[in-house]
Design a protein around this ligand. Sequence first.
Ligand code: UDP
Length: 339
Amino acid sequence: GRNHRVAFEATRGFVGGKVPLGLKRKGLRIVVTGGAGFVGSHLVDRLMARGDSVIVVDNFFTGRKQNVMHHFGNPNFELIRHDVVEPLLLEVDQIYHLACPASPVHYKFNPVKTIISFLSSLLFPLLRPSKFLLTSTSEVYGDPLQHPQVETYWGNVNPIGVRSCYDEGKRTAETLTMDYHRGAQVEVRIARIFNTYGPRMCIDDGRVVSNFVAQALRKEAMTVYGDGKQTRSFQYVSDLVEGLMRLMEGEYVGPFNLGNPGEFTMLELAKVVQETIDPNASIEFRPNTEDDPHKRKPDITRAKELLNWEPKISLRQGLPLMVSDFRNRIFGDHSDANP
Ligand code: UDP
């Protein structure tokens, strides 16, 4: 049978990334699962810039080689095509576990695998002292009955719906992570990520910001699902990456909400896209998807107090940065610029 043994181990000097006082900080060896994806690749850029050695593990289901190609040839960078549902033996100091299809379109494509991808790779960091950061999601709050959502809220999730593979998969991943924390020698961190946008987002993955931006650029109508009065809070990707790194390096397990408290209805979002791209962009209403949460907004008091973190970039500041990346990718200006 297959040998499902410990897959990520930390054997290097600094437990938990802490360096004895007075010593110059040596680069860490860090695995980023999903490191060729939208959020992962921005995180990789920051870690590389900091001088760490980064191993990206990605199966390229939604990740893209283009997102990390600018590191090819750098001796501190490695890329492994690998699916996290299979075991992998690596010696590292820190693991950022980002691998998972995040768009409903993608995670519904193979729901059983979606659940497995959250869980199986979590079986990896057993035994040895390593630091493991789980990227969980605001979806753990389901269709929330509390607003805004605080980390202590247990959520309102349908266990048998079409979104459940994602919501319940991440909830179970949180459970496993906390059980490791309590039972094994694993230092863990849990981030609950709220809707995030920015350059390198998949153009056609069906998320609302990427849809509206691509549609407005292509002179197509922006598709508003339902009455468009449901809300989301949109965070720019660099703010998220900063939060993830502070969480990993900090002293607290979490979970921490990482999101921008600026709350918008989908109709308001469409308006911001009009202002940014094309005042004449039109809107088209479509039936909403099943179990769509009515509202979502993070309470980030905990991250502010314990991580000294809060988002810096508003939707109106961040959207233009994403739009120029989308413009290049849609209209084929393949300049070397790497957003
Ligand atoms: N949505 C929309 N038009 C689209 C895609 C999504 O109005 O073209 C809505 C969707 O129904 C949901 C919100 O935008 O209420 C956010 O959807 P997304 O898939 O981006 O994120 P999630 O539902 O995971 O928060």
